[in-house]
Design a protein around this ligand. Structure first.
Ligand SMILES: CC(=O)N[C@H]1[C@@H](OP(=O)(O)OP(=O)(O)OC[C@H]2O[C@@H](n3ccc(=O)[nH]c3=O)[C@H](O)[C@@H]2O)O[C@H](CO)[C@@H](O)[C@@H]1O[C@H](C)C(=O)N[C@@H](C)C(=O)N[C@H](CCC(=O)O)C(=O)O
Ligand SMILES: Nc1ncnc2c1ncn2[C@@H]1O[C@H](COP(=O)(O)OP(=O)(O)OP(=O)(O)O)[C@@H](O)[C@H]1O
Ligand SMILES: N[C@H](CCC[C@H](N)C(=O)O)C(=O)O
Length: 493
């Protein structure tokens, strides 16, 4: 591939003579992936700086380098750009032949509900003959094949390569604020942009809620002129987004409780036989879900709002939602013939915890045991509110370990004790080993009680004493009598 052909957007003006005819065999921003004839794009990162690896890249065979620092005297041509992370996005798109341009692109953003909404939409579309690629937190699904996910929104090279590989008609993507802020979606345009909600999270990265919102807003700048924004109008920031799009004359489809909404929520039932009743231009739509929780009804409403823009009948959409298969690690219920109901869920914000515990109460939980921890190396300012909400809405809260990432176990243990003494109402305890925390609740829980384990979903956690990593589901099934636990949740892997 001729280098100049993929630099169209990245480099303004004429290219130096020595670059004109260079051909390259690949592109990467990771010196460790360089092969002979590659273009190396040096990116200044959050942990390290790609510019420090330029010499490694050349030694490994890079035939040209792009960066955003003033560097001279390299053995291969060096092109300076203003922002090499953005340039990488522009180059990735060209290198893979602008693959998003050949797809119907659906981007779903928001703090909570992205994965659930995308799985609902996937089920509706696929059951009605529309093949979908799905890109998100749990895994990516391309042409029906599962690919491991390292980021909710993959890095720009990986993303464009997945899109290029896809033969599916539609791509449903979870779009994270990190992905938007880091140009992972540079040059990609969307046919549908969905906003679920915005709550306190990721302020370690964004600083303030306003800046977090402004990062999410970038998705809507990528909406095609012919595209449609779908917005949860009941969310405070959803309201701000609506105003912003209205001023820019961008078409938005809004759902929410106000009767001014395009899809107005008139009634719902969150527990037994959950449903949400919507008024669409005096035409009533009743979405029934096999999954409890008001939050899931909102997710289903978002999925419905997009699906109805496809040539699929209302009845077909409603049928798919009624038999929704669920999402791995989100509100998965385990219950034996007798004993407590156990739920594994991915709540990792105060708002999600609130929804989760509220749902358990609405489902008739007598006593609620809530087990969770905090991901290390992430926003620490959300923790106090998570403890407060849990303490208020559960009977017993047990703080335990989540992914430590770079944090140490001792530091985390004292953090948990301090959070409990400062923000709980005295109904909590700390059990650092997650397996023991779950075991204690399972031993204490009686018929009618609910044990809710949040934060990790299907991800595995480290047990103490060097035991292998294990998921909450594996722990629960083991403790519930080896492998004889009766799974009655919505997804069994
Ligand atoms: C803080 C953050 O977001 N970091 C992301 C960022 O990493 P980075 O480019 O800054 O990486 P870095 O390690 O500092 O390295 C800088 C550069 O040096 C290069 N390098 C480095 C070492 C070397 O030997 N050679 C070399 O060339 C690297 O390849 C890179 O180009 O860009 C990478 C590629 O796109 C991401 O994978 C990475 O996500 C990290 C792993 C991460 O944990 N991110 C989380 C916070 C995140 O993005 N989460 C959201 C979900 C949030 C939600 O659910 O709402 C997500 O989309 O996943
Ligand atoms: N619409 C919603 N409003 C509030 N909380 C929600 C909503 N949908 C899901 N949740 C809660 O958030 C958790 C994560 O849901 P989901 O995976 O769908 O969100 P997400 O935005 O994809 O998060 P992540 O990208 O971190 O995986 C769920 O397990 C549930 O507790
Ligand atoms: N295993 C991934 C999960 C991402 C979950 C996301 N919601 C976040 O908190 O960043 C991580 O640790 O980045």
């Amino acid at each position: 591939m001729i280098l100049k052909d993929i630099l169209k957007e990245a480099i303004n003006g004429d290219l130096p003579k020595d670059v004109e005819h260079i051909s390259i065999t690949g592109v990467t921003d990771n010196s460790k992936e360089i092969k002979k004839g590659f273009l190396f794009v040096a990116v200044t990162g959050y942990k390290s700086d790609g510019h420090n690896y330029i010499n490694d890249a050349i030694r490994l065979g890079a035939s040209a380098v792009i960066g955003n620092r003033d560097i001279k005297g390299l053995e291969v041509p060096y092109l300076r750009v203003e922002n090499s992370r953005k340039a990488l996005g522009q180059i990735a798109k060209r290198f893979y032949g602008d693959p998003s341009n050949q797809k119907i692109m659906i981007g779903i953003t928001g703090t909570n509900g992205k994965t659930t909404t995308s799985y609902m939409l996937q089920q509706i579309l696929e059951e009605n003959g529309v093949t979908c690629s799905v890109i998100g937190t749990i895994q990516h699904i391309i042409n029906g094949n599962k690919v491991d996910s390292h980021n909710t929104t993959p890095g720009t090279m990986e993303l464009n390569s997945l899109l290029a590989e896809s033969r599916d008609m539609v791509v449903i993507m979870e779009v994270s604020s990190h992905g938007l802020a880091q140009y992972r979606l540079e040059g990609i345009e969307f046919d549908f942009c969905v906003f679920t909600n915005l709550y306190h999270d990721h302020l370690d990265f964004h600083g303030t809620m306003k800046d977090y919102f402004l990062a999410k807003l970038l998705l809507f700048e990528k909406l095609k002129p012919s595209g449609l924004a779908v917005i949860n109008g009941d969310d405070f920031w959803g309201g701000k987004l609506q105003e912003y799009l209205w001023e820019k004359n961008v078409s938005a489809f809004v759902f929410g409780k106000s009767n001014r909404c395009d899809l107005a929520i008139t009634n719902y039932n969150t527990a037994t036989n959950p449903f949400i009743l919507l008024n669409e231009n005096h035409d009533f739509v009743k979405i029934e879900l096999p999954l409890p929780g008001l939050h899931n009804l909102y997710n289903a409403t978002a999925a419905y709002s997009v699906a109805k823009m496809f040539p699929i009948s209302k009845q077909e959409i409603l049928t798919s939602l009624k038999r929704f298969s669920g999402v791995p690690g989100r509100f998965e219920i385990y219950k034996k013939a007798t004993g407590p109901t156990i739920v594994i869920d991915y709540a990792h914000t105060a708002d999600a915890i609130h929804h989760m515990l509220q749902t358990a109460k609405e489902c008739g939980a007598k006593k609620i045991y809530h087990i969770f921890g905090f991901r290390g190396g992430r926003d620490t300012t959300k923790r106090a509110e998570m403890v407060k909400v849990s303490s208020e809405h559960s009977d017993v809260l047990i703080l335990t370990m989540d992914d430590l990432n770079s944090d140490g176990i001792e530091g985390m243990e004292s953090t948990l004790n301090k959070l409990l003494s400062d923000y709980s109402a005295g109904n909590g305890k700390v059990i650092p080993d997650r397996t023991f925390a779950i075991q204690e609740a399972l031993q204490a829980g009686k018929e009618g009680d609910w044990i809710i384990i949040t934060g990790k979903g299907i991800e595995k956690y480290e047990q103490k004493f060097g035991l292998p990593t294990i998921s909450d589901k594996e722990t629960v099934l083991y403790l519930q009598n080896k492998d004889q636990g009766d799974f009655i949740g919505y997804f069994d892997q």
